[in-house]
Design a protein around this ligand. Structure first.
Ligand code: GTP
Length: 596
């Protein structure tokens, strides 16, 4: 056991975590040059294209020190984005140490700090790495200062590297062995293994990634999942070395895979503890947390006959994405679809993009919402995330909504406008902390729902891209939430309804009305577009009537052009939704609902 190191790499997005991982893998000869393609650990296309890591992957590397001692290094990859912080937690639980990567030109950022706190919660030993020292803008001395002041870590322990050129990689490997502690645990104790990841393989079924904390596991053992209360028989186990390499056993301190006839990732819970059915541990590994969906949205196929395809696509995605939830939903405007639950906005984005790209589906997605918790007059409670399930307001006694603690790190010059932005988004308390002379950390308690609408975009604009943002959910707090309907020619169009704080109802309604007035073509009559809370109108825009002949404005006698235009108009009609006496083009749903 003393020749094992279990570690992960944590970093702010884009600071070079995946590139560093690739280098470490190459340096250990974990993979032949021919098999090597950049960013081995980022396996999904979308991950590679956007350069973000979503699903963790794990690899066991064989490393020989200068004096010939062999070590097994288990590199546990962690997702970089806040939406996936529960996945980060599970990965951290499987490790004794972490490399904390800081970009030499950017310095410490919000996610570096947030991830550091997480790592400290799990008592990990941290080894700072200053990456990208090859960049002309690299400032290693300044970053050392930040490692000291912002992270409270030993600045002299930090290893300067370039994951791009390979400089310093050998020192990182030596540092892992010298500074990070080996695992502890008793191979003869009752089995406790942490399931920190799982993915579905067409041929093998679900492949579980586990860290054995105590005890020993062998093929043919019957395992018991302590939280989900399921039993399976182990078919095979072993190390992840780019292919699955079977071993006769996995024991305390080791990290490896298990194949045990599990059919879908939905059947198990990541973070669960595996023990042996006939010699169980008395209690599971502490710190288990369920993945919690906090953002909800309805997803409809662009054309109603694609509904079965959408259903199949979601089933397929869910096999590998235990955090995605979905149930049937329907809309008068858009037909059948699904109400989906996501871990955050990025998760929603990723799912949407995969549905469109991998399954070739045209989609309309309703405005994302958080879940409100209502107490009704009869003292019963109701959780609502879907505007179509909103009860009659006269039955509502009180409501609460989820709050987050947001951490924003910005250059000092942007403090004023960012504070103002937070206030505009109903921030309830703001504290300011100078990390260095010109870098400020603002923490703010604000409603999660406020971050879903225009917040990211505005923050980026105000700080010219220099602001970094992270959040953790804290608690539900009282709110005054209302349902706003959008009426087109006096008829409510359900797909546009949304739940919002009363103070924000009007501005958002106006936004929708104006957007819709632009997106809906003129008709032969005047069309009012209104935002309403119950019976009272709070916003309005008008579409002026059209002249009867669409070609009237074409002067001259270009008949082909005239014909073309009429033809185009006909085609356009085919894609319209008839709403009362108004036709709303599909595109209007797509463009108006894509608010940000
Ligand atoms: P997430 O997976 O999104 O968390 O990002 P990451 O931290 O894994 O970053 P990634 O490894 O994808 O690197 C981000 C960008 O920085 C890529 O364009 C890399 O090519 C580049 N990069 C990484 N390391 C270095 C380095 O040492 N020098 C230079 N010049 N560029 C680097």
């Amino acid at each position: 056991m003393k020749h094992i190191r279990n570690f992960c790499i944590i970093a702010h997005i884009d600071h070079g975590k995946s590139t560093l991982a690739d280098r470490l893998i190459q340096a250990c000869g974990g993979v032949t040059q021919r098999d090597f393609h950049d960013q081995m650990l980022d396996s999904m296309d979308i991950e590679r294209e956007r350069g973000i890591t979503i699903k963790s992957n794990t690899v066991t590397l064989a490393y020989k020190t200068a004096d010939g001692q062999e070590y097994l290094l288990n590199l546990i990859d962690t997702p970089g984005h806040v939406d996936f912080s529960h996945e980060v937690r599970r990965s951290l639980m499987a490790c004794e140490g972490a490399l904390i990567v800081v970009d030499a030109s950017q310095g410490v950022e919000a996610q570096t700090v947030a991830n550091l706190y997480l790592a400290l919660e799990y008592d990990l030993t941290l080894l700072p790495v200053i990456n990208k020292i090859d960049l002309p803008a690299a400032d290693v001395d300044r970053v050392r200062e930040e490692i000291d002041s912002d992270l409270g870590l030993d600045p002299f322990a930090a290893i300067p590297v370039s994951a791009k050129t390979g400089v310093g990689i050998d020192k990182v490997l030596a540092g892992i062995v010298d500074h990070l502690p080996p695992p502890k645990g008793d191979p003869n104790a009752p089995l406790k293994a942490l399931v920190f990841d799982a993915h579905f393989d067409k041929f093998r079924g679900v492949i579980l990634q586990c860290r054995v904390m105590e005890g020993t596991l062998k093929p043919r053992d019957v395992i018991h999942f302590m939280h989900s209360d399921h039993d399976y028989k182990v078919d095979e186990l072993g190390y992840n070395q780019f292919k699955l390499v079977p071993k006769p056993q996995l024991s305390a301190g080791e990290v490896g895979y298990i194949v045990a006839g599990v059919k879908s990732v939905q059947d198990i819970e990541i973070g669960d503890t595996i023990t042996l059915l006939d010699n169980p541990a008395s209690e599971p590994i502490p710190g288990y947390q369920e993945a919690k969906q906090v953002v909800f949205s309805s997803v409809y196929p662009m054309s109603t006959d694609e509904y079965p395809d959408l259903a199949k696509a979601l089933d397929k995605l869910a096999i590998n994405d235990a955090a995605l939830t979905y149930e049937k939903d329907s809309s008068a405007a858009l037909g059948f679809g699904f109400r989906c639950g996501f871990l955050g906005l990025l998760h929603l984005d990723v799912v949407q993009e995969r549905l469109q790209r991998e399954f070739n589906l045209g989609l309309v997605i309703s405005a994302p919402s958080v879940q409100y918790c209502l107490t009704l007059k009869d003292e019963s409670t109701l959780n609502v995330d879907n505007p179509s399930n909103w009860p009659d307001p006269s039955n509502i006694e009180s409501a609460t909504e989820p709050y987050i603690k947001a951490t924003i790190i910005i250059p000092e010059e942007f403090v004023g406008p960012v504070m103002e932005l937070c206030r505009e988004h109903r921030s309830e308390s703001q504290t300011m902390n100078y990390l260095t002379a010109d870098r400020v950390e603002i923490t703010s308690e604000m409603p999660l729902g406020e971050v879903l609408f225009e917040f990211y975009g505005k923050l980026k604009m105000i700080t010219r891209g220099y602001g970094s943002f992270d959040y953790t959910p804290i608690e539900y707090r009282p709110t005054d939430v209302v349902k706003v309907d959008i009426l087109v020619n006096k008829e409510p169009v359900d797909a546009f309804s949304y739940l919002v704080h009363r103070d924000k109802a009007r501005t958002r309604a106006l936004h929708y009305c104006e957007q819709l007035a632009e997106a809906i073509p003129r008709h032969q009559f005047k069309i009012p577009i209104q935002g309403a809370i119950g019976g009272s109108i709070i916003a309005r825009a008008t579409i002026q009537p059209y002249r009867k002949d669409v070609t009237a404005k074409l002067y001259g006698g270009d008949v082909t052009r005239k014909k073309k235009l009429l033809e185009k108009q006909k085609k356009g009609k085919a894609k319209m939704k008839q709403f009362g006496s108004v036709n709303i083009p599909q595109e209007a749903f797509v463009s108006v609902l894509r608010a940000e």
